[in-house]
Design a protein around this ligand. Sequence first.
Ligand SMILES: [Zn+2]
Length: 149
Amino acid sequence: MIDDATKEIVRKRANFLCEYCHSPERISTTRFTVDHLIPKSIGGAAEINNLALACRRCNERRYNFVAGYDSETQAIVPLFNPRQQIWSEHFLWSADGRTIIGITPIGRATCKRLDMNDERYPEDDSIQSARGFWFQAGLHPPSDDPRKS
Ligand SMILES: [Zn+2]
């Protein structure tokens, strides 16, 4: 069980962004969840360095997975770990702000496992159209990596 004080630390540390897809919590219809980097089911603790802020879609899609498949190198690699890695070293935004592009095996495998661009169901590109509106409103993409600020 994660207490409210810990949740607040996690939210502030993340600059109120999902630490995977960088969606802003402030314009989301629901509060983000606290994700265990090492899942509880395999012994991960509710300890601050094992926690990350995640939007509901990323949290659900990550589920208990800790690794993913990179189709470019055919390697099974660990998923992005926001406590150990810097987002901008693994991901880029497309120029129109609608899609996240994985630029490393970890970035590509995480994009795919978390379906960060809704490519699994292209007819339902809800995350991409939402990002298009955020972009037009000047709310997106986030200008800095939380780790660098
Ligand atoms: Zn997310």
